[in-house]
Design a protein around this ligand. Structure first.
Ligand code: AN7
Length: 367
């Protein structure tokens, strides 16, 4: 019998803070493909896989955490939720709040979120406010609203979010049979690198549950490699950045909320957090779509950009297993695909309604 994936809470209930009685708010998130990246594997001599998180219900990895956060909001008796966002969190919060029957308010930096994400928040009926400030300013306000007003905060400072997001690591191990040697991902607010590390650690050791101890699933944990956009790279600077800037608006964040846990993920795993330029991000974005067949948004390409950069520097080992989380769908922010390497716009060729001309334009000769 075909198995219908039940969403990350039901699939991993014994490893999440829920019970049989919990009213689960889900849209069927998780269970995303782990795609073998043929060209990146050829390039590096390692087996490289892409965890394609754009395949989640709202098109990004945020849904894994949002199912937990919205379930917790309902459990707490909340009537309304709030979040700050560079776009994907707001899209996810708006959809899951709808599923939960809750009101949703989202705070986004004015002019700095992609059209796809803006449309999602509005389509799902969230109250969307564009703040005259950046993401970090939005998060400050959202935190204060959560503390002093009757709204439930669903940003990743809420630990339920990290609990849900750790299931990404579980799925990777379940697919590969063990943890990879290296796990690569983009870093913005730093919730995801913290969540993957938590997931990998929990899967590599016996795990205590209410119904007894689960055995370790993996024999090891990976080295964590995080990549930030060069204009928004506080972990590289070693301190928050007040004016973060990058075309990858998803990761345009200067003061990451999960600072300490991300540093722990980097250091405990023997890993690194480095920067890639916007040009490197766009080149990786093109590589994924043109060579692997996987369409992501620019911020999601930062991990791939990092791997390509480390390979060029001779720092990527061969013969290993490497997983890169590509965090959001290309349709979120499709304009970048229509831009050529020299920055001009791609102009589709126009042809008359005539097979001979179309064949000639395609360089085809009649059989
Ligand atoms: C596609 O939606 O912060 O390091 O407000 O949308 O866990 O923050 C999004 C972040 C990577 C960075 N890739 O992850 C938000 C938000 C995509 C993203 C990140 C984000 P974190």
């Amino acid at each position: 019998m075909a198995h219908q994936w039940r969403g990350v809470i039901r699939e991993y209930a014994d490893r999440l803070p829920v019970t049989e009685a919990t009213k689960v708010i889900t849209l069927g998130e998780g269970g995303t493909p782990l795609v073998h990246a043929q060209k990146l594997s050829e390039l590096t001599g390692s087996e490289v896989y892409l965890k394609v998180e754009g395949m989640n219900p709202t098109g990004s990895f945020k849904d894994r955490g949002m199912t937990m956060a919205m379930t917790a909001a309902v459990e707490a008796g909340a009537k309304a939720v709030v979040c700050a966002s560079t776009g994907n969190t707001s899209a996810s919060a708006a959809a899951y709040a709808t599923a939960a029957g809750l009101k949703c308010a989202v705070l986004v930096p004015e002019g700095k979120i992609s059209m796809g994400k803006l449309s999602q928040a509005i389509a799902h009926g969230a109250t969307l406010l564009q703040v005259d400030g950046n993401f970090d300013n939005c998060l400050d306000i959202a935190r204060k609203l959560g503390e002093a007003y009757p709204v439930f905060l669903v940003n990743s400072v809420n630990p339920a979010r990290i609990q849900g997001q750790k299931t990404g690591a579980f799925e990777v191990v379940d697919s590969l049979g063990d943890a990879p040697d290296i796990h690569v991902l983009p870093v913005g607010n730093a919730g995801n690198i913290s969540a993957y590390w938590k997931g990998y650690k929990e899967y590599s050791a016996p795990f205590e549950t209410a119904n007894g101890t689960l055995p370790a699933v993996s024999t090891k944990t990976p080295i964590m490699w995080g990549f930030q956009a060069a204009g928004a790279a506080p972990f590289v600077a070693g301190h928050p950045i007040t004016e973060p800037d990058t075309i990858a608006t998803a990761i345009r964040i200067g003061n990451p909320a999960s600072w300490d846990t991300a540093v722990a993920a980097r250091d405990e795993s023997g890993g690194l957090i480095e920067a890639v330029t916007d040009d490197e991000i766009l080149a990786a974005h093109r590589w994924l779509s043109a060579k692997e067949g996987v369409f992501v948004e620019p911020g999601s390409a930062a991990g791939v950009a990092g791997l390509i950069k480390k390979h060029a520097a001779g720092d990527v080992p061969s013969g290993k297993t490497i997983v890169i989380t590509v965090t959001g769908h290309g349709l979120k922010d499709p304009q970048w695909a229509l831009r050529t390497e020299d920055g001009s716009d791609v102009q589709p060729v126009k042809v008359p309604n005539d097979v001979v001309t179309v064949a000639a334009e395609l360089g085809l000769e009649e059989n």
